[in-house]
Design a binder for this molecule. Structure first.
Ligand code: 5AD
Ligand code: SF4
Length: 372
């Protein structure tokens, strides 16, 4: 990678952001120069998200535009589609976007790092998908690189076993895998030596973390490290968030009073169809316990409107939860069917206009109530 200029653009979740950082670190270590503009780059990599259809369309449109501009100017660049969309589209991506040289899923990034020199030299199309396990080398090679001088994301687990019926993630990121706690702790200590003091522990479902330590044990162990001034984590699932967790958050000064706890729908019937494994009563109890125990705590959530068969009544139940809990932030999404997911076998029967109206009602409410 000596003297090669690489441009990386990242979409989607914080896990993706961190993957891009580790990738940048590993490429820099091999002599590549990371650049902020695609025009000057030899290699253009898009690390993408597949969770909603809308984001996907955007990626193909932006990438296509850049490829066209480069071609018109007679510039020869290497194009790569990385991350969740790559795992979803696989070799079909080469057909959809013929300018692509590389298609590489989120669990195969190390193979890309290892082979990028050859790909640039040979200009053969390269497909890296389906690795069942993320190779440890990926972390050890690029891990100690953070784009921020104060804060770092640290991956503690990956993948997901929940199979929420609307979600594509388990099919792209694979089953849950937890990193050994000593790897996590030594990464954090190294980052502290580099001057970083704020950390976010990352996982698709952090409270499913399980190695020699449970998630709560790991959280305490990290909070005990000298030099950790500010500690947070994302994302937690309501089915295994607990009062125990809230107590630890309240007791420890260096743990940020921030919780992202998606509830998705206020209707038990819809929650069941979504395969969420909790009732809305349980969720409300948790949220109330959090408010009670973690005084002044920040609570954010995710909501989907227009899931198949969602009635006005179901939607109203969601609206009621928002009014009751008063989230500091709510991310509100219109349901879109995703490949492989169980819900995509159902008819997407809530009309577009109805989804839009429900989306707007919740958005307007959140805007008017936030900060009050
Ligand atoms: N349609 C709409 N929103 C979705 N999400 C996940 N899958 C879908 C889908 N098929 C939302 C959920 C999740 C967030 C990351 O994205 O609310 O919590
Ligand atoms: Fe998107 Fe999920 Fe992949 Fe993150 S893990 S980039 S949210 S599809």
């Amino acid at each position: 990678m000596k003297n090669k200029k690489v441009y990386i653009r990242t979409f989607g979740c914080q896990m993706n952001k961190r993957d891009s950082e580790v990738l940048s670190g590993a490429l820099k270590r091999r002599g590549a120069e990371l650049v902020d503009d695609w025009e000057s780059a030899d290699v253009i990599l898009f690390n993408t998200c597949a969770v909603r259809k809308h984001a996907e369309d955007r990626v193909f449109s932006i990438l296509g535009l850049i490829a066209k501009k480069a071609r018109t100017r007679g510039q020869d660049k290497v194009f790569g589609l990385l991350g969740c969309m790559a795992q979803e589209w696989r070799d079909k991506a080469f057909k959809k976007a013929p300018y692509l040289d590389i298609v590489c899923g989120p669990n195969d990034l190390y193979a890309l790092i290892e082979n990028l020199d050859d790909i640039i030299a040979s200009r053969k199309k390269a497909l890296f998908v389906d690795s069942n396990q993320r190779v440890d080398e990926f972390y050890s090679d690029g891990a100690y690189f953070s784009e921020d001088k104060e804060h770092a994301f640290v991956i503690i687990m990956e993948g997901c076993n929940n199979f929420c019926s609307y979600c594509i993630v388990p099919y792209l990121r694979g089953r849950e895998r937890s990193r050994p706690s000593e790897d996590i702790i030594s990464e954090i200590k190294l980052l502290i030596d580099k001057g970083i003091s704020k950390f976010t522990l990352l996982g698709q479902n952090v409270n499913s973390y399980s190695s020699d330590l449970s998630f709560l044990e790991l959280l305490k162990a990290v909070s005990d490290i000298k030099g950790v001034k500010d500690l947070s984590f994302v994302t937690a699932h309501p089915k295994d968030a607990s009062v125990e967790l809230f107590k630890i958050m309240a007791e420890r000064e260096n743990i940020k009073k921030y919780l992202h706890l998606p509830f998705q729908s206020g209707s038990n019937r819809i929650l069941k169809l979504m395969n969420r494994n909790y009732t809305i009563e349980h969720y409300k109890e948790l949220a109330m316990a959090y408010r009670e125990i973690v005084r002044g705590g920040y609570l954010s959530t995710d909501i989907i409107v227009g899931f198949p068969t969602e009635t006005d009544e179901d939607f109203q139940a969601t609206f009621e939860v928002m009014k009751e809990i008063k989230f500091e932030t709510a991310y509100i999404f219109k349901y879109s069917p995703r490949p492989f997911s169980k819900a995509s076998e159902r008819k997407d029967d809530v009309p577009k206009e109805v989804k839009e109206m429900r989306h707007k009602i919740l958005l307007d409410f959140q805007k008017s109530s936030a900060g009050q």
